[in-house]
Ligand binder design. Structure first.
Ligand code: 9WN
Length: 427
């Protein structure tokens, strides 16, 4: 295990800035040099959140650059490709072929999938913390209609279950790609023999899921990225509590931002209420929220970090918050991890301390849970989550994720959201 000498707050802050500076290409920040050389959607929202207290212009630039990739359907793509490195990541623009789709932007190549709608939540933080109120108000006015279009897209094109929640149509859309929550829906896909020769497939997912990921993306692309195809045929459709919890929190954020943009907050509060009711009705069981597999017609049993997403709802009833917190603090998650919060419940057979979303702790999900704890007045929980996250980056640097037992780093180095959210935690 690698461990660094103790580092004080000022030095940690300087290191975080130098990672973010090195990862900037123009107005956009890439998640990690080499590994992810483009702009990723939820990564950029975490970068904007980290920049929010210190540099409104850069935070706004990050969001604007990402939203330059928004489709006319309102869909915000999960990757906006950097023109200089188009094929440096697989699957690149030649796979997605966004340029051939009438709804995609003409000059900005993008993927055809989306990611958790953190954007309004990020803009709300930028607005709250901005020193220059006029500059921040101008930014809100510019971004507000784009975010309304994003939310309308989710409500209109992604309510595949008809119950008021948005469905993800690919594991990449969850941001938690190889989470064990998607194992069963992926296993149920028809026999897949795909297209791309093995040497074209980076060995990022040694379990063979990469074949299924690419197959699913190509099925959707070949439908013409059609909403009707998603409703009627697409074989992967899951209501994820993290995605929907974030969406709900972003609806609340849009309600806060609406008056700044001269708009009525009412519709956003109504949307939040609809999502809240649907989450409780469709995903709540056994004291937590579980993802619902719409094609398999059942709740997915494994409990992951995603099960706590609806805690981001400021109006989640107190008894539900209490039940969620007791699972979170138990030996299933924080209680048995030296470096919380593991991305999968420790006692699950699928738990793997070293593989991405199958066990390691992540700075962004820790930050989201800390945010939720603050919202619900759980002061001690918020303190613990903040301290544990800073301990991880102090010990192992701004890694992509961390072993939940010994805190050693995993995945990419100099990872942007780990650096950016550290800035927020230090503020
Ligand atoms: C696919 C960029 C992204 C994050 C995701 C993370 C990982 C990509 C991959 O990297 O996903 O989108 O290649 O595995 O799981 O959360 O947005 O950092």
């Amino acid at each position: 295990m690698e461990a660094r000498a103790a580092i004080d707050d000022a030095a940690l802050e300087r290191e975080a800035w130098s990672v973010l500076d090195a990862n900037r290409t123009g107005p956009a920040t890439v998640p990690a040099p080499g590994l992810y050389p483009h702009q990723w959607s939820w990564d950029s929202t975490f970068v904007a959140l980290g920049l929010a207290r210190r540099d409104t212009r850069k935070a706004g630039g990050e969001l604007l650059s990402l939203l330059a990739g928004q489709w006319s359907t309102g869909m915000v793509p999960h990757i906006v490709f950097h023109p200089a490195h188009t094929e440096a990541y697989f699957p690149g623009p030649s796979v997605w072929r966004s340029g051939e789709h009438p709804a995609a932007p003409r000059r900005v190549p993008t993927s055809g999938l989306t990611q958790p709608p953190m954007h309004a939540l990020a803009l709300w933080q930028v607005w709250r913390h901005a020193a220059d109120r006029d500059e921040a108000a101008a930014l809100v006015r510019r971004l507000y209609p784009m975010l309304v279009a994003q939310h309308d897209y989710l409500a209109g094109a992604r309510d595949l279950g008809g119950g008021g929640l948005a469905a993800i149509v690919h594991p990449w859309e969850s941001g938690m790609d190889d989470s064990p929550a998607w194992d069963d829906p992926l296993a149920a896909l028809p026999g897949i023999r795909y297209a791309y020769r093995s040497e074209e497939m980076p060995e990022r997912h040694p379990d063979g899921h990469q074949d299924r990921y690419v197959w699913l993306a190509l099925r959707y692309r070949d439908s013409g990225y059609e909403a009707a195809y998603l409703r009627q045929e697409h074989p992967f459709a899951v209501e994820d509590p993290m995605f929907n919890g974030i969406w709900l929190a972003s609806c609340e954020a849009l309600a806060e931002l609406a008056p700044v943009a001269g708009a009525d907050p009412g519709p956003h509060l109504e949307a939040a209420e609809r999502i809240r009711a649907a989450l409780l009705e469709r995903l709540w069981t056994g004291g937590v929220f579980h993802a619902r597999d719409l094609r398999g017609g059942r709740l997915i049993p494994v409990c992951t970090i995603g099960c706590f997403g609806p805690m981001l709802d400021p109006r989640l009833p107190g008894d539900r918050v209490a039940e969620l917190v007791s699972v979170l603090e138990s030996a299933r998650f924080m209680g048995a991890a030296g470096y919380p919060v593991p991305s999968c419940e420790i006692r699950a057979p699928q738990f793997d301390r070293s593989r991405y979303w199958r066990g390691p702790s992540w700075v962004n999900t820790n930050w989201l849970l800390r945010q939720a704890a603050v919202l619900h007045g759980r002061v001690e929980l918020a303190r613990q989550l903040g301290a544990a996250t800073l301990r991880l980056v102090r010990q192992s640097g701004f890694r992509e994720c961390f072993d939940p037992f010994d805190g050693s780093g995993r995945g990419g180095r100099d990872f942007s959201w780990s650096a950016a959210l550290t800035l927020d935690l230090l503020a």
